[in-house]
Design a protein around this ligand. Sequence first.
Ligand SMILES: Nc1nc2c(c(=O)[nH]1)N[C@H]1C(S)=C(S)[C@@H](COP(=O)(O)OP(=O)(O)OC[C@H]3O[C@@H](n4cnc5c(=O)[nH]c(N)nc54)[C@H](O)[C@@H]3O)O[C@H]1N2
Ligand SMILES: Nc1nc2c(c(=O)[nH]1)N[C@H]1C(S)=C(S)[C@@H](COP(=O)(O)OP(=O)(O)OC[C@H]3O[C@@H](n4cnc5c(=O)[nH]c(N)nc54)[C@H](O)[C@@H]3O)O[C@H]1N2
Ligand SMILES: [Mo]
Length: 758
Amino acid sequence: MSTEQWVPTTAHWGAYQATSDGDGGVRVRPHPDDPAPSPLLGNVPGIARHDTRVLRPAVRRGWLLGGPGPSAQRGRDEFVEVDWDTALDLVAAQLDRVRNESGNEAIYGGSYGWSSAGRFHHAQSQLHRFLNTIGGYTASRNNYSFGTSQVLLPHVVGSAAAVLGYADSWATVREHADLIVAFGGLPTKNLSVSPGGVSRHTSAAAAADPGVAVASISPLADDVPAGGRWYSIEPGTDVAMQLALAHVLLTEDLHDTEFLSRCCTGFDVFAAYLLGSSDGVPKTPEWAAEICGIAAADIRELARRMPTGRTLVTVTWSLQRTRGGEQPVWAGIALAAMLGQIGLPGGGFGHGYGSMAEVGADGPVLHLPTLPQGSNPVSSFIPVARIADMLLDPGAEFDYNGQRLTYPDIRLVHWAGGNPFHHHQDLTRLRRAFARPETVVVHETHWTATARHADVVLPATTTLEREDLGAGRRDTHLTAMHRVLDPVGEARDDYAILAGLAERLGVRQRFTEGRGARGWLEHLYEKWRAPLVQQGHDLPDFDIFWRLGEVKLPAMPEDPPLVRFRRDPERERLHTPSGRIELFSETVDSFGYEDCPGHPVWLPQERRAPLHLIANQPPTRLHGQGDVGAVSRDSKVAGREPITLHPDDAAARGITDGTVVRVFNDRGACLAGARLSDRVRPGVAVLPTGAWFDPQPDPRRPGQDLCAHGNPNVLTEDIGSSRLSQGCAGQRTHVDVEPATEPLPEVAVRTPPPLRRG
Ligand SMILES: Nc1nc2c(c(=O)[nH]1)N[C@H]1C(S)=C(S)[C@@H](COP(=O)(O)OP(=O)(O)OC[C@H]3O[C@@H](n4cnc5c(=O)[nH]c(N)nc54)[C@H](O)[C@@H]3O)O[C@H]1N2
Ligand SMILES: Nc1nc2c(c(=O)[nH]1)N[C@H]1C(S)=C(S)[C@@H](COP(=O)(O)OP(=O)(O)OC[C@H]3O[C@@H](n4cnc5c(=O)[nH]c(N)nc54)[C@H](O)[C@@H]3O)O[C@H]1N2
Ligand SMILES: [Mo]
């Protein structure tokens, strides 16, 4: 029987309300003030309770019997369930042994991943704080989302935040912009999501129907908003189109020379490249049309239109999640600089409209309550997407942002709140990499592929089973996240798990500071509130906040850095060597990287299979989270992840709608369910990320596995975006597709791995 106590909570897909269904499960409904609630809400009941919840601590049999050591059995072995004391004793003993024998550098604690919303129980922050109290760990830098831009932007505009942290709100864009030129389109499917959530989905509502003319450049018609024009582009060729647009502005004298000389440096070098005086190739619309598949006349017409009003040039994050990913971002900035509107409302350069709810959201830029993580005495780190290289090749050197670094020798991997067997590329290679350490510890709510590749799996609660404070960056409200359910099985909060380890390592007091979880919530809230109240903001104390369920975040009016810079470039210098926007960077040039020279360039891409595969964000879930929920389950085709093919490409291969296909290239293969649509460009296939990795013998390739479920990361290449940024390059790859032949392996990943009671 339902108790009908609806309480507030939030998730990466936004604030909502939940109630217990009286039967151990949960019911959900949108926040009453949300103009565009997320469809992902429909996954929640199915994730909270599912057969794949981890119920008890579990230890891989081979590791339990044989002790720590490299093992190719990870991901293939059965598990033995043990009690909490046994599990925590085992993990604490290994942490202690590894730090004593090999130093804390041998512990990899990067632990990348989205975990859940909630400022206190954020698993990765908890783990970092814990590892810092026991002497530190090898860390990771940057993210999978826009890791390439995080390294590039400081060289071009002085900081990543100048672009990523201060996007104009959609309200400002709608008021001032006449035209949005959107490379990567404005896919609304992405806009219900933001790290920490948004309380009101204003971006999703605005992007779906912007009320501004939009030129949407993408291989997919679904990326085009209402009223927008679709420029169907060949994947990976946006830079050619951007250069041609710039070429027209330059040769027809439509560029803003005043802005370029007052606020930028290096335009002369870039202009010489556009004209072909530096490489013999003028970047004309005719040149670009051959590469990108958009008619020269269309490019010319668009270029001539851009300077006639306020124009926002946007680039989705997807465009930089690829080899040479710096180029479309830098070229987009150069294009916006030539229009001279950077720093004007609704104009200039935007990065991530169409990628995430926070970009274009209304919320203030301000600090939220945050768990202090302490400091890490270990200096070794990797750019986050170099995980497999590090595990496979300790001691090897690699390039990163002008430095030559060395991979540390990792003995123990500790992961909480992430799923590398979702997020990383070339999962067959990642399996080899995960065979190398002596011990892999994973905290998980569910039996994800990463949990299945661990030696010790510690069951974590979900947000619904605990209390927290929730808000995203650029959010409008802070949510009091109430508890709805009892912990499932013997699951514990990550905080409690780590406190148990800290106790065994003699640092419990340092880790907990003597507080329980509720004590921390009050402490973090009050510490955050005090200075704001001093500044005159009206914020209730913790008890009232908790009863109200949410508070409005105070506005912090501050002009964005690029607005201030535009007004007075001499006094508001950017943190670049020249103090200006660098269209040519002497610093980047001095690194001598052929895959990221000193100004934006066209870098042709090699291709070894006939179809482009776009492995974009799934419309039906958050990454791998929610794959067992109703929305994701309902989207499957013949039980597999849907792959969308153009009808011509399907016909040429004898593939019909609704049938199972085998998607393959020289790295790997997976099964998927075919969907035919002329809303994808011919020659392009779309297989979103996030179907739980389900490796099983490939009937076509003896001795090798395929993913029976449709995870595209068995196909993507595990390579850095460039020597500069070493970012994730997983957005696209090349494949072929064929009808699958019987017998078809069943999807096995929706039931737990073999478990025995210890
Ligand atoms: N091919 C390809 N690959 C990609 C991308 C792409 O475009 N193409 N995109 C990349 C991008 S941008 C990203 S951000 C990554 C995302 O990759 P991840 O962030 O690793 O993906 P998630 O599925 O969100 O993984 C989070 C995990 O945390 C677990 N979890 C949730 N709450 C808790 C908790 O409270 N405690 C603990 N211990 N665990 C919890 C969930 O069950 C889930 O398994 O993927 C990347 N991978
Ligand atoms: N529903 C949902 N929303 C999400 C997420 C999720 O898992 N589910 N994940 C969130 C996360 S972590 C992130 S980082 C953001 C990511 O935001 P993005 O990286 O921007 O999102 P994607 O959906 O991967 O890609 C956006 C679009 O880029 C287009 N595209 C791909 N290649 C090319 C190309 O070469 N040229 C052009 N012009 N277009 C191309 C594709 O058609 C794709 O639909 O999304 C966030 N939003
Ligand atoms: Mo991301």
